[in-house]
Design a binder for this molecule. Structure first.
Ligand code: FSO
Ligand code: SF4
Length: 547
């Protein structure tokens, strides 16, 4: 295996024996082959679209399969073997369809368009030929993977929007174009770079789409205090990002005597009006994804993982763990949707009834819900605070949390920020500082949490609004600094989206992606002023001097 798609890639270069995330070599290889299969489908689907032929089943398969290969989403070999076989079937169906239409297809002679799925053993052998390292040129490899990881993040957000009935045909078309391009040996580095930047544009479109899907379905997030203590009744803990699963679980648990708590990236569900009406929606339990092995143990009740990030479970709670959607882990019960997309969580609820109430690990409240609509409601207050000098600078510290000790930088950075600064956050990165007593400025909390990582879109809407209010020509003239933490591929699409919007001088940590070759990293430095992090002191001086 060779995988370097996340921030925790072994030795900062790539996992080769087993993933730091717990992914086996077998699963890593099968994920590579699934990606290759998707690229094969893309060769035909892209051409089909040009001719006006589309296939919803292929589109669903493509986004779902991309999502399943994201870090910490699915660890089940059988899932990937079945997906590869289904992918080859869809590809062949496309080939026949286009042949019938008399269409000429570029790259049709490529092995990805032709290979035949044999036995499981043959799939494993094939998988070893088609991984990341099959692209020999370091910069082309880097650009192909940067594009692929951006597409994976985009697929995750497309999927969340799709379950709520929202689609963006342009994003699907780009998914096909991008995947096919990642196979195309005739493309130059410049052409691939252009595709990477185009991916950022589609990233903005897809985040806007998901924002529309979420707010239309569940209302605009409101400024909300969330309980971090526990109640006396048994509970179900729900994690991940899927708000439709959240809604179904709340509905199905109503009146059962079982409470519902959020973990990690599901915390922002508390901010939506549609979920506030449930009195058994008690609070948020614990912290970011990587703390789950301790926190799931002490929760005592069942846990539902709707998306990544899953950590290989401990024996103490594996029998209480459930996956749904595109997540999976060997030996963990999976709840699939029926043909109408509905899910039955009764097994989870029945188990919860026989469990102890959660063990309390902390008490108090945290505040969030500062997505664009809520911030617009207090826009006058914010603008006045900036004009009076009460708020001197904003720091976007969105992104991800993770296991590495070096991420304590973000806690220290938040704690050391001057008192006339405000942190804008989204994603699980917030857990590094959302329980610090950072206070308020004239009633505005110094940490404004917009929501999940996809709600980074809200931060951009806020920045664009401030630019308008202050009559500025360039988003970079605002007193906003970007000190972003990344972990997995959704952060890649968020980053590409920010670059597309013209945001410059983003600091990215705790380390720069292993998949950026020195030359590709240099392009990002030269064009966008991207840099890594240094020490809190040095970075702080740099940021403060910049306003
Ligand atoms: Fe975090 Fe995991 Fe939301 Fe990611 S829980 S790391 S970027 O899946 O998606 O922020
Ligand atoms: Fe390693 Fe990250 Fe890949 Fe897991 S996802 S194998 S930790 S690089």
């Amino acid at each position: 295996m060779f995988c370097f798609q996340c921030q925790e890639a072994a030795k900062g270069s790539g996992c080769t024996i087993q993933g730091v995330c717990g992914k086996t070599s077998e699963v890593a290889n099968l994920q590579d082959l699934l990606l290759y299969t998707l690229k094969g489908i893309a060769i035909f689907a892209q051409r089909g679209r040009e001719l006006g032929i589309t296939d919803p089943a292929t589109e669903k398969f493509m986004t779902g399969s991309m999502f399943a290969t994201i870090t910490n989403a699915n660890f089940t070999p059988e899932h990937f073997t079945a997906s590869i076989r289904e992918g080859v079937r869809l590809r062949d169906q496309w080939r026949d369809r286009l042949k019938l239409a008399g269409a000429e297809v570029a790259l049709t002679g490529h092995d990805a368009a032709l290979w035949v799925a044999g036995t499981d053993e043959e799939l494993m052998l094939k998988a070893q030929e088609v991984g990341v390292l099959a692209t020999e040129h370091e910069d082309i490899r880097s650009l192909r993977e940067l594009l692929t990881y951006g597409l994976k993040g985009m697929a995750a957000y497309m999927e969340h929007a799709a379950v709520l009935g929202y689609y963006e045909p342009g994003a699907q078309a780009f998914m096909e174009k991008g995947l096919a391009a990642a196979l195309d040996d005739t493309l130059s580095g410049d052409e691939l770079t252009a595709l990477v930047l185009e991916c950022g544009k589609l990233g903005v479109d897809v985040m806007a789409l998901l924002d529309r899907a979420n707010t239309t379905t569940y209302g605009n997030p409101e400024i909300t205090k969330v309980n971090i203590g526990v109640g006396a009744r048994p509970g179900i803990l729900i994690s991940g990002h899927d708000l439709k699963d959240m809604e179904a679980l709340l509905k199905q648990t109503e009146g059962t005597g079982v409470d519902v708590y959020t973990h990690s990236e599901m915390l922002p569900a508390h901010y939506y009006p549609a979920f506030k009406k449930y009195s058994h929606f008690v609070g948020n339990y614990g912290n970011a994804w990587w703390k789950q092995t301790e926190e799931f143990a002490s929760f005592n009740g069942p846990i539902l993982m709707t998306t990544n990030c899953i950590v290989p479970p401990k024996e103490s709670y594996i029998n209480r763990l459930y996956t749904t959607g595109h997540t999976g882990f060997p030996g963990v019960q999976h709840i699939a949707a029926d043909e109408n997309g509905e899910k039955d969580f009764s097994a989870v609820i029945e188990q919860a009834k026989n469990c102890d109430a959660p063990t309390e690990i902390e008490t108090g409240e945290i505040v969030g819900g500062f997505a664009h609509a809520a911030v617009m409601n207090v826009a006058d207050q914010v603008v006045e605070a900036v004009q009076s000098g009460a708020i001197k600078q904003f720091f976007v510290m969105a992104g991800c949390d993770g296991r590495m000790k070096s991420r304590n930088y973000y806690t220290d950075f938040a704690a050391e920020l001057p008192e006339d600064t405000v942190i804008l956050t989204a994603g699980c990165a917030k857990y590094k500082y959302n329980k610090l007593a950072l206070g308020e400025i004239g009633g505005i909390p110094r940490v404004l949490d917009a929501g999940q990582c996809n709600d980074s879109y809200s931060l951009v809407v806020i920045a664009l609004k401030l630019k308008e209010v202050f009559g500025l020509d360039d988003i970079n003239d605002l007193p906003i600094a970007y000190n972003i933490a990344w972990y997995e591929q959704k952060a890649v699409i968020v980053l590409l989206a920010l670059l597309h919007l013209g945001v410059k001088n983003i600091h990215l940590g705790p380390t720069l992606p292993a998949f950026l070759s020195p030359n590709v990293a240099q392009v990002l430095v030269d064009t966008f002023g991207i840099s890594g992090i240094t020490t809190v002191k040095e970075d702080m001086e740099h940021f403060i001097a910049a306003v």
